[in-house]
Design a binder for this molecule. Structure first.
Ligand SMILES: [Fe+2]
Length: 146
């Protein structure tokens, strides 16, 4: 794999790692009348992120690259920021998740484009799957915020 692409995939991996914990934070700390629905929905999101973390790291390994594999590594490379542990109302939780999902989707699109240019099909395919998933999540959240 081209070094430049591998570096970008590792930043993406770091963002997924940080988001995995951040989604747990919001799952635990969301408050309001829609608590149960949002609490449960966020669990489905972090479960998907666990799968994405593994799939993305394994693509790097299959191509002879080292995936970032520590919280320290993720925090130093990530462009998604963490949150302190504190209660947050449903609307702010949903807005926070929406913003992150849009950022991740844009990052996946940029990686897909670059992977396409160098015929790195495994990366391009993974990004396409992820983008489809972000599109669905963004639709869900935008519908909840109407
Ligand atoms: Fe839980």
């Amino acid at each position: 794999m081209k070094k430049e692409l591998a570096t970008k995939v590792n930043v993406y991996l770091a963002n997924i790692g940080v988001s995995y914990i951040k989604l747990h934070n919001l799952h635990w700390n969301v408050v309001g009348s829609q608590f149960k629905a949002v609490h449960e929905y966020l669990e489905t999101l972090y479960d998907t992120f666990a799968d994405m973390l593994d799939a993305t790291a394994e693509i790097l390994k299959m191509n002879g690259e080292m995936p970032l594999a520590s919280m320290k590594g993720y925090l130093s490379a990530s462009t998604i920021s963490e949150l302190e542990s504190s209660e947050m109302d449903v609307e702010n939780v949903m807005k926070t998740v929406l913003k992150d999902m849009e950022a991740l989707k844009n990052q996946a699109r940029a990686i897909r484009e670059q992977a396409d240019e160098v015929d790195q099909f495994d990366v391009a395919n993974q990004m396409e799957d992820d983008i489809e998933n972000y599109n669905k999540t963004i639709w869900f959240i935008q519908s909840m915020l109407k």
